[in-house]
Design a protein around this ligand. Structure first.
Ligand code: ATP
Ligand code: MG
Length: 181
């Protein structure tokens, strides 16, 4: 299955220093005292995958995710997060054995996505992860409140989650796009 090898964070929330988190295969636990940045790690992953809602990232405006300074340290003007996936088995539909996805945002409001260092659109990032279960709406990041959707008696909400897991969303999206033309 698709393996997230590495997470690189700079200027995102509490991560003022360039930080690299390496994930071995298997289970990784993130531990630390309250307020030490554990949830910020999950927010960083969600953000690179294209999260557009500042509220989902526990802020008010998207700018709130940029390191905002402390008594000893001045605030930063940019946040950048990179995810590096092992793609030896071709889980992601791109001819590279390793794939990196980067998102940047500047206080000026500009933002950009890169795949293996090349500028891409949000749409490309979303398409890359569609049906892998990894997208921001994927079942691999289960946010607070999401458990309820899985357990919900409402079949529509449950269906969306299982469709993503089954890997059929990309066909539905293509069909919808074709029908709109
Ligand atoms: P808990 O165990 O309580 O869930 P946690 O380890 O999950 O804690 P986080 O919620 O990840 O903690 O981190 C919260 C910290 O991140 C707070 O100290 C907050 O000040 C800091 N933080 C959030 N946004 C920014 C920002 N833009 N700039 C600097 N620090 C930030
Ligand atoms: Mg937390």
């Amino acid at each position: 299955c698709l393996h997230l090898k590495r997470l690189e964070i700079y200027g995102f929330k509490s991560f003022a220093d360039r930080t690299e988190i390496v994930f071995e295969r298997g289970i990784t636990g993130v531990v630390g005292p309250n307020g030490s940045g554990k949830s910020n790690v999950a927010d960083a992953v969600r953000w690179v995958l294209g999260e557009q809602s500042a509220r989902t990232l526990r802020g008010t405006r998207m700018e709130d995710i940029i390191f905002n300074g402390t008594e000893k340290r001045k605030k930063l003007s940019m946040a950048e997060v990179t995810l590096v996936f092992d793609n030896v088995d071709g889980s992601l539909d791109m001819p590279y054995s390793e794939l990196s996805v980067t998102r940047r945002i500047y206080r000026s409001g500009e933002s950009e996505y890169l795949i293996n260092g090349n500028s891409r659109r949000l749409k490309d990032v979303v398409a890359l992860f569609q049906d892998t279960g990894i997208g921001k709406e994927g079942y691999s990041i289960i946010g607070q409140g999401r458990i309820g959707d899985i357990l919900t008696p409402k079949s529509e909400e449950r269906r969306v989650i299982f469709e993503e897991a089954a890997g059929v969303v990309k066909y539905k999206t293509r069909k919808e796009e074709a029908e709109r033309k």
